[in-house]
Design a protein around this ligand. Structure first.
Ligand code: NDP
Ligand code: GDR
Length: 326
């Protein structure tokens, strides 16, 4: 049985990736950090019905000794490093923690891997945020980076450390430069989920308005279920490399919002207001990815449209709120 270790297993991508790997017959191990909320920490895995099929191990990306112990015990064939402080807005409030977890945490994992299981294959969750102030209208693996937040700066460090371990030690290390991807399991603080949850609550009479930040920002949004498949495909290649994963379509927050409200028969203009406190000190105005390399080398293409994904998210939020109302 192939063994995979996932950090960030309790997050959105960790849940979908676990499901995919279990379907492929893997033995799945997931790092969880100790929490006082341990009864709810596996909620996403439970939602997908996979929690009972995963081996959870206690560790933290900031604690090198815990990673060494885990890699010695598990001896994984594949490592998916998804753990991070992943909310861009919080990275201005907690820049040092973001640097330690999202940046240095990757060095900890790479070092632990070099000592314990140098032949394992490694996936690093790189991000389109690294393109920041975009240098080309469509971003590819060759587009220069220009990070615009402490989060993006930390991810850039992690990205280059991953490249460096590949080139220095010949390790099988790949970066997936993933553009925004969402799902019903998206954290409530991210804009798509904030919108689908808001539209659902307004539709059910639980709220009367929704406050948002910059409605003009544009993102290339895909579905997490499609994107974890790209992660897996990267580690099935004989040679490690870096890949952009995106849909090739960019849509404004305003238009994404319009789609969500229209799904429940409402006009967003009647409910959405702008709250200046939700604006960012520096914004990434627009992102648009070109995933031609992933298509050519991995045979990867997105299968779920933005409209389908937003509809799935709104329906899931309606169901969540209805079940609480009972
Ligand atoms: P989430 O925020 O949903 O999940 C983050 C995960 O990291 C959680 O499981 C969290 O655990 C874990 N984590 C946080 N701090 C630590 C730590 N110190 N040690 C170990 N684990 C930790 O993120 P997503 O699933 O959306 O994203 C997965 C990865 O992909 C992240 O690295 C993100 O930055 C990156 N990414 C995401 C994109 C997206 O659009 N979703 C796009 C590009 C990159 P806990 O539950 O305990 O908080
Ligand atoms: P992002 O996602 O920063 O792109 O990072 P987020 O959904 O937080 O923001 C997207 C855009 O929407 C604008 N916006 C709002 N954002 C939030 N969160 N809340 C609001 O009310 C709101 N109103 C407008 C933002 O200003 C921004 O322009 C995500 C994360 O998953 C990262 O970890 C990942 O690396 C990148 O995607 C790719």
């Amino acid at each position: 049985m192939t063994k995979a270790l996932i950090t960030g297993i309790t997050g959105q991508d960790g849940a979908y990736l676990s499901q995919l790997l279990l379907e492929h017959g893997y033995e799945v191990f997931g790092v969880i950090r100790r929490s006082a909320s341990s009864d709810i920490i596996g909620e996403r895995l439970r939602w997908l019905g996979v929690l009972d099929h995963i081996n959870l191990v206690d560790g933290n990306l900031t604690d090198l000794s815990s990673l060494i112990r885990i890699l010695q015990d598990v001896n994984p064939d594949e490592i998916y490093n998804l753990g991070a402080q992943s909310f861009v807005k919080s990275s201005w409030n907690q820049p040092l923690l973001t640097g330690v977890v999202t940046g240095l945490g990757v060095s900890n994992m790479l070092e632990a891997m070099r000592f314990c299981c140098p032949h394992a294959r490694f996936y690093q969750a790189s991000s389109s945020e690294m393109f920041g102030l975009i240098q080309e209208p469509m971003q590819t693996e060759r587009t220069p980076f220009y990070p615009r937040s402490p989060y993006a700066v930390a991810k850039l460090y992690a990205h280059w450390m991953t490249v460096n371990y590949r080139e220095s030690f010949g390790m099988h290390c790949s970066n997936g430069i993933l553009f925004n991807h969402e799902s019903p399991l998206r954290g409530i603080e991210f804009v798509t989920r904030r919108v689908t949850d808001g539209a659902a609550r307004i539709k059910l009479g639980l709220a009367t308005k929704l406050q948002l930040g910059n409605l003009d920002a544009k993102r290339d949004w895909g579905h997490a279920r499609d994107y974890v498949r790209a992660m897996w495909l990267m580690l099935q290649q004989e040679k490690p490399s870096d890949y952009v994963v995106a849909t090739g379509r960019t849509v404004s927050v305003r238009d994404m919002c319009r789609i969500a409200f229209a799904h429940v028969g409402l006009d967003m203009n009647d409910f959405v207001t702008v709250d200046a406190s939700l604006m960012r000190p520096a914004e990434v105005d627009v992102l648009l990815g070109d995933s031609s390399k992933a298509k050519e080398k991995l045979g990867w293409e997105p299968t779920i449209s933005l409209e389908e994904m937003i509809a799935e998210m709104v329906e899931a939020d309606l169901a969540r709120h209805r079940s609480r109302l009972k």
